[in-house]
Design a protein around this ligand. Structure first.
Ligand code: HAM
Length: 429
């Protein structure tokens, strides 16, 4: 049956003004912090060829396997179209753009950031949505551990400006093409011996993406993986040294962390460093099982895999929906207009609109009731909106050229000329 009221698509949220008022300062802090680190903003399309994510994020991942919104674009009779997907993440699109616009020339060091919606058809729950927003940052062209450290410092500097409560940084090294296969082999051998105890999903993962078994939230799988081998014992000399130096640099920067050899990440492109900032807030205001607010790592082979020049890279993305949920715990009630103008009569409406227009051009928040209501109703509205000051404009004020500005907190009235400059000064004094 047709819906009477058409509702939003499941897992995709409307952000009403109360929410965007909370989101905007978070986005501003991200942009300001990343600009201070020299990251330039890129905006890539929301739709990309599906093959970008199949090759970039990995065929064995949940994201590519079952969570992408994919359709065939431009099919005509007798001619297949192109498979395109709503982007599930921002790293592969940014790399595609960097290659396409020849940004990765020999010796280049590129710092990019992006902010925007991503799409994954996941099971919806608190902190997990089908359209969600990320702010992400990527560094291309630096293989040295100081790039990992600077990138983590950028994420940490941003996150610590927000009221997020207790947050921990968990970090691991996933090794590289030289050492990781040996670990995966040992892991598979260990998991196979207890395959029957794994959840059905992980029995499948054992064949397609065994590392992800370590990440499974099911208690049965966690019991199995509690004593499987961890990667730290398998890292080659180069990876060990890289990881040691990253940790040393984080110590030097005063960024606290916990090494967690079980962090594996849900995307296939990582090499060496991987990390997650996890919220420890519990209860009502916490994020429950969706507690990772920011995550990333090094991906030294992705650019080459996507057809670009072999270029090392490292990046992170933070989930704005989750950050906003945490910030909402203690958010102060929003403040009201600087001034409410209450005009009475047609002549006063004209003057009030002119006055409001010039004060607004100065950046003041001026409210007016646009419905032609009477004095009482307009005063009630000004009070409810939390206006700091109220100015009543009737025939006598127009004749005399003066008005009385009432400060709502104290009830005090100040006489001032009916001129934008005089009113602005009175508001600011
Ligand atoms: P990711 O771990 O898939 O990494 O996502 C990063 C963050 O996005 C998560 O920690 C979480 O805060 C948020 N997030 C992910 N999925 C959802 C969802 N369904 N609903 C709400 N928030 C979500 C990446 O996307 C990588 N591209 C990060 C990266 C950048 N690695 C290197 N550079």
């Amino acid at each position: 049956m047709a819906e009477k009221h058409i509702t939003a698509v499941k897992g995709m949220n409307d952000l009403l003004p109360e929410a965007t008022a909370l989101w905007r300062p978070i986005e501003d802090k991200a942009k300001r912090t990343l600009s201070a680190f020299g990251f330039g903003e890129v905006r890539t399309p929301i739709l990309e060829k599906t093959s970008l994510f199949v090759r970039g994020v990995g065929e064995g991942t949940d994201i590519v396997n079952k969570e992408m919104y994919t359709f065939e674009d431009g099919a005509t009779e007798g001619k297949a179209g192109t498979l395109v997907s709503l982007r599930p993440e921002g790293t592969a699109p940014a790399v595609r753009a960097a290659i396409e616009h020849s940004q990765l020339t020999q010796g280049a060091l590129v710092r990019w950031f992006y902010l925007g919606p991503m799409f994954r058809r996941e099971r919806q729950q608190k902190g997990r949505y089908r359209q969600f927003f990320q702010v992400g940052a990527e560094i291309y062209g630096a293989a040295a551990p100081q790039a990992d450290a600077e990138l983590i410092d950028a994420a940490y500097s941003f996150l610590r400006q927000l009221d997020l409560g207790e947050l921990t940084l968990e970090i691991n090294s996933l090794g590289d093409a030289q050492c990781r296969p040996k670990y995966v082999e040992a892991l598979i051998a260990s998991l196979k011996s207890r395959a029957a105890d794994l959840c059905p999903e992980c029995q499948r993962r054992l064949e397609t993406n065994p590392l992800r078994v370590l990440d499974c939230k099911s208690e049965a799988c966690q019991r199995v993986t509690a004593d499987t081998p961890t990667i730290d014992g398998f890292l080659c000399g180069g990876c060990q040294e890289h990881f040691r130096r990253v940790l040393e640099l984080l110590d030097g920067l005063g960024i606290p962390y916990t090494v967690n050899p079980r962090i594996v990440r849900g995307l296939d492109y990582y090499t060496r460093t991987v990390f997650e900032f996890v919220s420890r807030e519990t209860g009502e205001g916490g994020l429950g099982s969706q507690s990772t607010v920011c995550a990333g790592g090094r991906y030294d082979t992705l650019i080459g895999d996507l057809g670009g020049p072999a270029t090392p890279a490292v990046g992170f993305a933070a989930g704005l929906d989750r950050l906003a949920l945490l910030c909402a715990r203690n958010a102060p009630a929003s403040s009201g207009p600087d001034l409410a103008i209450v005009p009475l009569g047609d002549a006063a409406v004209m003057k009030a609109l002119q006055l409001a227009s010039s004060l607004r051009r100065e950046g003041l928040w001026v409210d007016m009731d646009l419905r032609g209501s009477g004095l009482k109703s307009q005063m009630r509205r000004a009070d409810k909106a939390g206006a700091r000051c109220v100015l009543v404009l009737g025939d006598s004020e127009l004749e005399q050229g003066t008005v009385s500005l009432k400060r709502m907190a104290t009830g005090e009235c100040v006489q001032t000329a009916l001129e934008p400059d005089a009113i602005r000064q009175a508001l600011q004094s």
